[in-house]
Design a protein around this ligand. Sequence first.
Ligand SMILES: Cc1cc2nc3c(=O)[nH]c(=O)nc-3n(C[C@H](O)[C@H](O)[C@H](O)COP(=O)(O)O)c2cc1C
Ligand code: SF4
Length: 481
Amino acid sequence: MWQPPERIKHELPPGAWPTAEQAAEARLFQPLVIGPRLARTRTWVPAMVPWRATEDGFVTKDVIDWYARFAHGKPGVIVVEATGIRDVASGPLLRIGHDRFVPGLKELTAAVKAASGGQTLLFIQLIDFLSIRRRPQREKFFARFLEITDSHRAALGNDGGDDELRTRLAALPEAELEEVLTPRELDDLQRGARERVTDLHVPAIAELPRVLPKLFADAAGRAIEAGFDGVELHFAHAYTMASFLSALNTRTDGYGGSREDRVKLPLEVAAAVLERVAGRGAVGCRYLGDDVIEGGNHIADTTWIGVELAKAGLEFLSISKGGKFEDAKQPKVGASSYPYTGRSGYECMPTIYSDARGPFARNVPLAATIRSAVREAGFGTPIITAGGICEFGQAEAILERGEADFVASARQTLADPDWFAKLRQGAGGEIRRCEFTNYCEALDQQHKQVTCKLWDRDGLDAPDVTLASDGKRRLVPPRWR
Ligand SMILES: Cc1cc2nc3c(=O)[nH]c(=O)nc-3n(C[C@H](O)[C@H](O)[C@H](O)COP(=O)(O)O)c2cc1C
Ligand code: SF4
């Protein structure tokens, strides 16, 4: 992963742990309405893909155990991992693109309700993504993938058939290839072909605005049927909807270019989903406060977008940052590009090795600015912030200063799913604190079952411990007390 060149190793913020009485009075543990639902506390576990679904996207016992374990800590809200809205093969990513996925998801919602004693709201994150290929072997790329064009013929002299041209292209040194291939062809060779929302010549991409509102609405309908308390539309990071919102979206069909046109599809998706859910659950989205890439959205765009999303009736806005393909590291041959390896990825999941500002609560100013704009526009839409929040005093101060309405902690909750319960019981000193070195994120990158280095080797031989497929790690942390 990219790291700031300063590489300053930061200390964890000293824990300011409340007594049980102080916690009972704290803002963090007060309720707040989200659309038609009531969250019991302002604590939020944002979506994290743990790679525990079956190869064809079904809920497994491991998925259920994972979320039930989080639910034991009784956070206000848990958002289930990014879940695919289409009925297409997508590896062990959870799916909701067909009714056959509903029974498994029902078991999941029931298990979370039971484990939290009904104290935790369970949302599910709905995602659409475009296709991406692995970085090809050079020979294969020229022999099979590259489409030969007149421009290649002209560059190499227009003699000989395609096969000869392919052989000659494959033999060119890197510097000359840069002259002969288009930037897009070069990118396909160096990183693997990746669809963009601007590929209007591809029929499936051209028709996205026609198909996505219904796909999202159908998925949301299934989520409600399965017993979820709400849905989070994934408008963030490297995926389809964030790419529509981004200033890099130059589509010319009325869904790209100006801010008004870029937000059009997200608003149409929101409207379709709100209509389908019809008050039976909360409907919100996660989107980026800053794309952190050249030519992408920055805070002036994203405050405007936030107001539009609130105006459209979305019932919460969860603000993330970065996580883009555009600045991702070049993958190895045979591997896929991973959108959390560049600077934008760092900003999404900052590590302990940082610049002077450090990784803690680093993204709060984005949420605070968006919240102010949404409030000035007259909307009370709850705003969620995430990024290096791992301690009570820090979370409480964010709420006290009115920078956000919910405080989301992904990695701290992965390190210790009981940390909310420990805070409430005045046992903050017992919290297993995340070290922010991103062992978990490296597992995610390899699509391996995600665990935390602080607990995954503990008590491996205890009865009823389920091990990861490598046989070396437990899949859920031991219970507290
Ligand atoms: C293993 C892992 C998987 C993640 N998967 C998702 C995801 O499915 N959807 C999403 O919006 N964010 C995802 N994230 C990002 C987190 O939700 C969160 O925004 C990020 O980790 C920063 O918060 P933190 O500092 O509290 O960890 C993931 C993070 C991790 C560590
Ligand atoms: S693996 Fe590291 S970064 Fe991830 S939750 Fe555990 S301590 Fe935190």
